[in-house]
Design a protein around this ligand. Structure first.
Ligand code: SF4
Ligand code: MG
Length: 329
C-alpha cells in the first residue's frame, strides 16, 4: 500500500484515519451523532471500501478510526465484537445477502442470539416479531423464506437484521440501488424514520445524489478515492462548488430544474483508481482544468464554515459560471 490514506470522523461519533490499498486515499470525514451522512460517488470511487473500513470489515493498513471517542482501528476480540453490535451494515443486494435456507425468523433471530445472548427463546421470538413490525413486515412472516418476498421486503428483512443488535450506527451501502425505483423511496423513508425513532446515526453510500437528497443532512462527494467536496446537503444542492459535484448534479433530471442548477456534462472515462492522475485527480475530465491542475494537488479546504472543497479554482469557477456558458436554471 503506497501513499493511501484515509481519515474519517464520525463525530459524537466516529472518526477515522487509515491507509489502504489505493481504494481510499486521504479521505477525511466526520459523521455527527444522530445525523444522516451520505457518501456519494461513481462506482470505483472507494465509497464502499470506505464504509467497510469504518465498520472494520476491512483492516486499515494505517491510521486511526475513532468511534464515540475511542480509536477502533486496531481493536480485536471482545472489543471488536462489541463494536459489531454498535455498528451494523445494510447491504446493497438484498437477494444475495440473505441466506436462502434460513427462515426470516432465523435470519432476524440469529443476530439477536449473538448480541443479546441473555434472552430466552420466547423473548427472542417476541423480539423478532417486534423487529418485523418495526420494518413494516408482519410477525407471521417469520416462518417464511427469503425467496417468498419481493426485493423491497427482503431489504426490510435485511434492515430488521441490522436493527437486531440495537446499533447506534447503521451504514447502508447503496441500500436501495438493487430495488425497483417504485420501492426505493419506501425503503429510503423507512431508514429515515427508523433513524429518528431509534436515535441512530445513519451513513448512506450512494452512487447518485438524487437518492440521498431528501434524507441526508450532510454529504461527502468522492472521486477516485478522495473526498472532493463535503457539506450540508442543502448547501451542496443549491451551490455545488466542485466541478465534479456540478456534473453529478446536472445528471439528475429533476434537479436540473431546481434553483441555481448548473448544467455540466463530463467527457471521458473515469481513470483507474489504481493509477490516479497526477495533481488534481479530476483534471483529465474537468472542463475548468488549467495547466497546473495536472501537477498541483488540491487540498480539501474550507469553502464556508460548514463546507469543504478540493479545487484550486473553485472561487474563479463560481464567479465565471455565466461566462463559461453554465446555465443556472
Ligand atoms: Fe478542475 Fe483544476 Fe479544480 Fe481539479 S483543481 S477540479 S482540475 S479546476
Ligand atoms: Mg459499491
Amino acid at each position: 500500500a503506497d501513499g493511501l490514506k484515509k481519515h474519517f470522523h464520525l463525530g459524537g461519533g466516529f472518526m477515522a484515519e487509515t491507509k489502504l490499498v489505493r481504494a481510499v486515499d486521504g479521505v477525511s470525514i466526520e459523521v455527527r451523532r444522530g445525523e444522516t451522512f451520505a457518501i456519494v460517488g461513481e462506482s470505483g470511487c472507494g465509497k464502499s471500501t470506505l464504509a467497510r473500513l469504518l465498520m472494520r470489515l476491512l483492516e486499515p493498513t494505517e491510521g486511526a478510526i475513532e468511534f464515540e471517542g475511542r480509536d477502533i482501528a486496531g481493536i480485536r476480540g471482545r472489543d471488536l465484537r462489541e463494536l459489531r453490535r454498535d455498528m451494523q451494515f445494510v447491504f446493497q443486494d438484498p437477494f444475495s445477502s440473505l441466506n436462502p435456507r434460513m427462515s426470516v425468523g432465523k435470519l432476524v433471530g440469529e443476530p439477536i442470539e449473538t448480541h443479546r445472548p441473555g434472552l430466552s427463546r420466547a423473548q427472542r421470538r417476541q423480539e423478532v416479531a417486534r423487529l418485523l413490525s418495526t420494518v413494516g413486515l408482519r410477525p407471521e412472516h417469520a416462518d417464511r423464506y427469503p425467496h417468498e418476498f419481493s426485493g423491497g421486503q427482503r431489504q426490510r428483512i435485511g434492515i430488521a437484521r441490522a436493527l437486531a443488535s440495537n446499533p447506534r450506527l447503521v451504514i447502508g451501502d447503496e441500500p436501495v440501488s438493487a430495488l425497483d425505483v417504485s420501492v426505493q423511496a419506501q425503503v429510503v423513508n423507512l431508514l429515515h424514520d427508523l433513524k429518528s425513532e431509534l436515535d441512530m446515526t445513519l451513513v448512506i453510500i450512494a452512487h447518485d445524489l438524487a437518492v440521498i437528497r431528501h434524507m441526508s443532512d450532510r454529504v461527502a462527494v468522492m472521486y477516485l478515492g478522495q473526498v472532493v467536496e463535503s457539506g450540508p446537503t442543502d448547501e451542496i444542492f443549491a451551490n455545488p462548488r466542485h466541478p465534479y459535484t456540478m456534473a453529478l448534479l446536472s445528471a439528475i433530471p429533476e434537479a436540473a430544474h431546481g434553483r441555481a442548477r448548473t448544467r455540466l456534462a463530463l467527457s471521458g472515462e473515469t481513470p483507474s483508481p489504481a493509477a490516479p492522475p497526477s495533481g488534481c485527480r479530476f483534471h483529465t475530465r474537468c472542463p475548468f482544468a488549467r495547466e497546473d491542475c495536472a501537477t498541483r494537488i488540491p487540498e480539501l479546504g474550507a469553502a464556508t464554515q460548514e463546507s469543504r472543497v478540493a479545487c484550486h479554482y473553485w472561487q474563479e469557477i463560481a464567479a465565471d459560471r455565466p461566462a463559461a456558458g453554465l446555465t443556472p436554471a
